[in-house]
Design a protein around this ligand. Structure first.
Ligand SMILES: C[S@@+](CC[C@H](N)C(=O)[O-])C[C@H]1O[C@@H](n2cnc3c(N)ncnc32)[C@H](O)[C@@H]1O
Length: 255
């Protein structure tokens, strides 16, 4: 585990993200983004492996609204413990479970799941080739990979580099890399949906939400933390506005 990842999602970092994104989510758009991705991948009544499950928001949504049974894995023990606690609190323990594991070494047998899901988490994984190979290995033939991610645009520039540093995503992929890796690992019907404009709109909402929460955040975390959070999110938003970072989703089927 990298120090920067643990720092990004420490107790304060996670609490701030939930405040400005959505409860149970460490990603922009929360349940709205889950719903959009589930519709794109036609994910319903199936067994799902959520890779990079965070606090469990997507797993809860897929279990409660799409009839799925969901296993979530996350590298950070604190996220796994918190997601497990929340699942129990919601009475969902029979339908969702969480385990501490690395996306590049999944602790599951071959052909264990019908869907491998990722919501804005794979940008953190440096070894994309092994990530996609592992997703392919644990999927049943005919199963689907469904994920959204932060991607480098074209050409990457300095703002992109800063964002990758402050978000613990030094090796963000791009759409062409994912297309190539998916094809190499036996996926076909590879569909890429550019969700960039919607994402930028959502990010502007995040920035507004941040300003609206100034008093509460300063009281809870202090002015210094608030200022750092504002600076970081303004930088991220500029990176997306310039398209040196882009947002997109993939759906593909294992043949
Ligand atoms: C941006 S958060 C998204 C969490 C969740 N998908 C959501 O939408 O709220 C990224 C998550 O991926 C996890 N993560 C990062 N690298 C990972 C890896 N190599 N293996 C498993 N999880 C990882 C982080 O700990 C974090 O919880």
């Amino acid at each position: 585990m990298t120090d920067s990842l643990a720092q990004n999602y420490n107790a304060v970092g996670a609490a701030v993200m939930e405040m400005i994104y959505a409860p149970d989510f460490l990603s922009v758009g929360g349940g709205v983004s889950t719903k959009t991705l589930a519709a794109l991948g036609q994910v319903a009544s199936t067994s799902v492996l959520d890779v990079g499950s965070g606090l469990g928001g997507a797993a809860f949504y897929l279990a409660e609204h799409a009839g799925c049974s969901v296993t979530g894995i996350d590298l950070l023990p604190a996220n796994v413990a918190e997601a497990t606690r929340r699942a129990s609190e919601r009475g969902l323990s029979a339908h969702v479970n969480f385990t501490c594991a690395n996306a590049t070494a999944l602790p599951y047998k071959d052909a264990s799941f019908d869907v491998v899901w990722g919501q804005d988490a794979w940008c953190h994984v440096n070894d994309k080739a092994t990530l996609i190979a592992e997703a392919s290995r644990v999927l049943r033939v005919g199963g689907k990979i469904v994920f959204s991610d932060w991607l480098t645009g074209n050409p990457p520039d300095a703002s992109n580099e800063d964002v990758r540093r402050v978000t613990a995503s030094p090796h963000m992929g791009n759409a062409d890399l994912y297309r190539t890796l998916l094809a190499e690992q036996g996926f076909d019907g590879i569909q890429y949906v550019d969700g960039h404009d919607d994402f930028v709109r959502r990010y502007h909402t995040v920035l507004k939400q941040l300003q609206a929460l100034e008093d509460r955040m300063c009281a809870e975390f202090g002015r210094k933390v608030f200022d750092i959070v504002c600076e970081k999110h303004a930088m991220i938003c500029r990176g997306f506005e310039s398209r040196s970072l882009v947002f997109g989703s993939f759906v593909a089927r294992l043949s």
